[in-house]
Design a protein around this ligand. Structure first.
Ligand SMILES: [Zn+2]
Length: 671
């Protein structure tokens, strides 16, 4: 009841509340967030790479997903709500995380609505929200597998009993989606449902046993609950988030796969299921933004170093293993050895063909690094965020926006004589593992919100892409900038000031960690001080209308090596240009050979080449290679036989693989 009053107060003071509740992480009042989010509608892509992606999102992906999730014979997600509401008789069908995935689509729609104000989206969302309200139990509980059983079934209530149930994942995504919807539309209908959920969870955890209380897989609800706290300012939600983190690792039956064998305060390395891990780390970063508890930050930083320096793919992908064991390297004791799945492996264990790298884990990497950036202002987090966005997140969706990857391997070979649990072909609906499709759907509707931040010191420019920015500084003055660039194909970026604060003000432009020799001009005068890669260059002055900042980031083709401890990439190179990782696909070989037979000639004259794949323009890179002319047949080993037979090859951006003929692909190549 108290919260209903709070919401009405917010509605009454509508504009004020709306202004304070901005962005994907509404951290304007978070005491330990150095950088603050901009409003969802404050950055609009105007041209180029991200505009094109946003158009694919709104014209193809969102309508496709909405249809798909209403198609009872394929996904059954909306049908589950109808059955739970009592409108139809039936059974729950589809994975138990189906509700959460539907909420993700809603979050994507709300994010798109913030930009395009499409009345059709608003109508669709209202219709779905009315359904959620109808499904929701009086005590705030909402989860269709259980509610359908309660209404129609014979099993009786089983709420929150299943350790591996996705109940809180579903509720977590509901809360996040509702906060985004509120910020995008100003309407409180979804937020009221979310308040019921947050209140339910608060009451539930008051009386739950530690065993029940720690039940949390793919814990999206830590982020969701902190976001609810930020939106309605109910201190009980912060108390709940704190308790949920504290309770982890306090029971005897925790697992490394679920990151709760030991308390978070004892965790210094990334372990277990990579989606759960990254969601947990992102949720803890949210909690830290509110509480500033040092130990949380200390461990987050230690885990981050473990991931970024030892366990992450060159694409920003996370989670090397389909299956493994944990803890590793301990005294042998079968009673404590546990199975882990879809998980982080050992340091430097990064297989390519069998890489799991689930799209959701890579999105989790973005969510986590975005929050770390906001806590610290450190550009090393932006580097990882950008890397994942352009490579292992974008690879999760086809160029046309309607087919998806669950896994994002770095090598596909037809000769591999075993079948992996999930294939390497993009699919419109990945039965039982369709979590990634709605996740990439919502994420790609939101890239604009990651592009900038504001702080007490000024504006942070995180991501480049042509856009129009109109926001307010923290002191309430209007700031308007027009960004023009052909990034990531080209490293020239122009920021034109349209409206600036009266006093001197800093613009922090990001100089990517991968770059070398960048230069900055202001109104045509080149800055003479050193520009440091992997940092934000602070440009402080009294800006006026018409001022132009010109940033030039050279983008040569780069050959990349992995640390020699990564066994799978020994004596191999990968090609990178700017933030993009490249790969070689069968379609781009001048002769029909197996992809693993191709050896890269590193003395090639690497040249960029404009190409079109599925009506999308990409910049390929032409090079030469040699063909290993060995016929391996049944052999496992053979004497070395160096080949000089050459082949012309064209590399394409990794994110665009798998959009043509389904053949072979590789990121790493022997040289
Ligand atoms: Zn997924």
């Amino acid at each position: 009841m108290k919260n209903k009053i709070l919401i009405s107060m917010f509605s009454f003071f509508g504009l004020v509340a709306f202004a304070q509740n901005k962005g994907l992480t509404a951290n304007s009042d978070s005491p330990h967030a150095k950088l603050k989010s901009l409003g969802l509608q404050e950055v609009v892509w105007t041209d180029g790479f991200w505009k094109e992606q946003f158009d694919v999102e709104t014209q193809n992906t969102l309508p496709y997903m909405w249809e798909l999730y209403h198609n009872d014979s394929v996904s059954h997600a909306y049908a589950n709500f109808k059955i739970a509401a009592g409108l139809e008789k039936g059974k729950h069908a589809g994975p138990s995380f189906h509700d959460g995935d539907f909420y993700k689509i809603m979050e994507g729609m709300a994010s798109a609505y913030a930009i395009n104000k499409d009345p059709e989206l608003d109508k669709q969302m209202d219709e779905a929200i009315a359904m959620f309200a109808q499904v929701q139990r009086k005590d705030g509980y909402i989860n269709t597998p259980v509610l359908i059983e309660e209404r129609w079934g014979t099993l009786g209530p089983e709420e929150l009993q299943k350790q591996l149930g996705f109940e809180k994942y579903n509720m977590g995504h509901l809360m996040t989606a509702a906060c985004v919807h509120y910020r995008a539309t100003g309407k409180t209908n979804f937020l009221e449902v979310a308040e019921g959920v947050a209140d339910f969870l608060y009451d539930f955890y008051k009386k739950a046993s530690p065993e029940l209380a720690r039940n949390a897989i793919c814990p999206s609800h830590y982020m969701g609950i902190v976001e609810m706290y930020r939106t309605v300012k109910d201190p009980r939600y912060l108390e709940l988030a704190n308790n949920l983190i504290d309770i982890r690792g306090t029971t005897d039956d925790g697992t490394d796969d679920n990151q709760d064998r030991i308390p978070f305060s004892e965790q210094t390395e990334a372990m277990g299921h990579a989606v759960r891990a990254n969601y947990l780390y992102a949720g803890i970063a949210d909690l830290y933004a509110e509480t500033g508890e040092e130990k949380l930050m200390e461990n987050l930083q230690s885990i981050w170093e473990d991931v970024a320096y030892r366990k992450m793919y060159i694409t920003g992908g996370c989670g090397a293993l389909y299956d493994g064991v944990s803890p590793d390297g301990t005294v042998y004791d079968p009673s404590i050895v546990q199975k882990i799945h879809q998980a982080y492996g050992r340091p430097f264990q990064l297989p390519n063909a069998t890489a799991h790298t689930e799209t959701c884990a890579n999105i989790g990497n973005v969510l986590w690094n975005w929050r770390m950036l906001q806590l610290t202002g450190d550009a090393k987090y932006t580097d990882v965020m950008e890397l994942a966005f352009y490579n292992s997140v974008l690879s999760g969706v086809s160029l046309e926006g309607t087919e998806f990857c669950y896994n994002n391997p770095l090598n596909v070979s037809k000769d591999l004589p075993f079948k992996q649990r999930w294939g390497h072909e993009r699919e419109g609906y990945i039965a039982w593992s369709n979590c990634c499709a709605p996740n990439v759907t919502r994420t790609l509707a939101q890239v604009n919100n990651y592009a900038y931040n504001v702080s007490e010191n000024g504006l942070y420019v995180n991501l480049y892409g042509s856009n129009h920015l109109k926001t307010e500084t923290l002191s309430g003055e209007i700031l308007e900038i027009e960004q023009t660039t052909n990034y990531p194909w080209d490293g020239k970026i122009t920021l034109k000031i349209v409206k600036a604060p009266k006093k001197a003000f800093s613009i922090f432009t990001r100089i990517p960690g991968w770059s070398e020799g960048s230069s900055i001009k202001i109104n045509n005068a080149t800055l003479d001080h050193e520009i440091q890669s992997g940092s934000y260059a602070e440009l402080n002055r009294k800006w006026k209308k018409g001022d132009v900042i010109e940033l030039h980031i050279p983008m040569p083709v780069r050959l990349m090596q992995a640390n020699p401890l990564v066994e799978e990439t020994k004596s191999q190179v990968a090609v990178k240009r700017g933030p993009l990782v490249y790969c070689l696909e069968t379609d781009d070989l001048s002769q029909k050979v197996n992809i693993n037979q191709v050896v890269l000639d590193i003395d090639s004259n690497f040249k960029t080449k404009p190409m079109t794949i599925k009506n999308r323009a990409v910049l390929g890179i032409t090079a030469r290679g040699f063909i290993e002319n060995q016929d391996w047949d049944k052999a496992l080993y053979k004497p070395l036989n160096l080949s000089k037979k050459s082949i012309d090859i064209t590399l394409i951006p990794y994110y665009s693989w798998g959009n043509r003929n389904v053949e072979e692909m590789t990121v790493w190549m022997p040289y």
